[in-house]
Design a protein around this ligand. Structure first.
Ligand code: ATP
Ligand code: MG
Length: 386
């Protein structure tokens, strides 16, 4: 079975275009490979994927829907570039669909085809009216018939399924995503992968002072995100001892801000190790006390890499909806013990400024605490969910 895959933004990349197309091709092949031998080739600004006939279309659909850079895709008939072959393909499409209105929109990529697109549209339109009695509607028909005439073949999409959009993973560089056990951070990671970033994941936990539930949860959630890239690494940072130093030696109110600053410092060092150029968090402005502008500013100053916060303007309900769409929600709401609710003060500071926080940190061995955490980092390779 052949699938035609169209990309949107990839097409705008000028001289980089071959690189984008090549990456999309490999990413598609990787996503489809579990279904059997798959071949994807480039064909005049689109890709054609040859998938084993026995592959379940719903499964193909699920997989291609997860490949960033795909604008739309669908099963397609591939025929010779002759009028007769096009007519037969259209007959088959029409026979397989229920519709009362339709439109024909041919695209002549190869201008050597002897009929102009408008003539071909009129010819095929008349043929379909005669066969079915359906009405022509060029605004919102039930069915679009869109033969794409290429030089050595004609493609006729049998369906048009929207893809996730974005850019192919791996074309935008690398970043480190901070993943808690919550709903937001997986959505943030997904959003940045969709912009073409390849991700490393890092999770801070307070085990053995809390249960290890959050670690398993993060593993599960990262597995759900992992199949957009070739290999996925999760860093697990034991954070409990560092937290205890802060609880002992620093005031309680700005504790969350201090935790976050240390998280960014450790994450930034992991970014250095992995060649990553940004950190990603799931902050949304004003959602909780650590996410006021005053606190975000204070937190940011602990790192020099950009901190990407794709959810910054989203409402909680929108984030939840997105988490449901991408399939991480159910895992995220399982119970766990978040390292930040461990040793949480009763009255957290809702607006801090960098100077007083730096004054607090100047009394601590910041460097030593970061090194100590880094020494105990564990990393795991995460295999994607099948
Ligand atoms: P989430 O739903 O992702 O937990 P949240 O709305 O609960 O987000 P916070 O708990 O304030 O927000 O965390 C803000 C962001 O800081 C998270 O989205 C995540 O990127 C990062 N973060 C928080 N806790 C951890 C952790 N234990 N490990 C790694 N990153 C964390
Ligand atoms: Mg949280």
């Amino acid at each position: 079975m052949q699938y035609v895959v169209h990309y949107a933004e990839v097409g705008l990349k000028g001289r980089n275009r071959p690189r984008f197309e090549a990456r999309l091709r490999t990413n598609l092949e990787r996503a489809l490979r579990p279904l059997g031998p798959v071949q994807v080739r480039r064909l005049y600004g689109r890709l054609l994927a040859e998938v084993p006939d026995e592959a379940d279309p719903a499964e193909v659909r699920r997989r291609v829907s997860g490949v960033f850079g795909v604008a739309w895709f669908g099963r397609a008939t591939v025929t010779d570039p002759s009028l007769e072959a096009i007519e037969q393909a259209v007959d088959r499409l029409v026979g397989a669909c229920e519709f009362s209105s339709f439109g024909v929109r041919s695209r002549r990529v190869d201008k050597r085809f002897p009929m102009r697109s408008s003539d071909l549209n009129a010819h095929l339109g008349a043929r379909v009216v005669e066969a079915t009695g359906a009405r022509v509607d060029l605004n919102q028909p039930d069915l679009w018939i869109e033969p794409h005439i290429l030089s050595d073949c004609v493609l006729l999409p049998m369906e048009k399924i929207p893809g996730p959009g974005g850019l192919p993973v791996g074309t935008g560089g690398k970043a480190v995503a901070l993943i808690s056990g919550g709903i937001d951070s997986p959505v943030a990671a997904w959003a940045m992968a969709r912009r073409g970033l390849e991700l490393y994941y890092v999770h801070f936990h307070s085990a053995p002072f809390t249960s290890s539930a959050s670690q398993q949860k993060v593993r599960d959630v990262v597995r759900l995100l992992a199949w957009s890239q070739r290999r996925t690494t999760l860093f697990l940072v034991p954070f409990g001892e560092l937290q205890q130093v802060l609880v002992r030696d620093a005031p309680a109110e700005p504790r969350i801000v201090l935790y976050r600053r240390f998280m960014l410092r450790v994450a930034e060092r992991l970014a250095e190790r992995t060649g990553s150029l940004a950190l990603i968090t799931g902050d949304s402005l004003g959602q909780v006390s650590s996410q006021t502008l005053g606190n975000l500013d204070t937190i940011n100053r602990a790192a020099s890499l950009p901190v990407l916060r794709p959810l910054i303007e989203m409402d909680k309900s929108e984030i939840i909806r997105r988490a449901q769409e991408i399939g991480t929600y159910e895992t995220s709401i399982e119970p766990d013990e978040d390292c930040c609710s461990y040793l949480m003060p009763r009255q957290p500071a809702t607006w801090t400024r960098p100077d007083p926080i730096e004054a607090i940190e100047n009394k601590l061995d910041v460097k030593g605490m970061v090194e100590d955490a880094l020494e105990r980092v564990e990393h795991e390779r995460i295999e994607p969910t099948p």
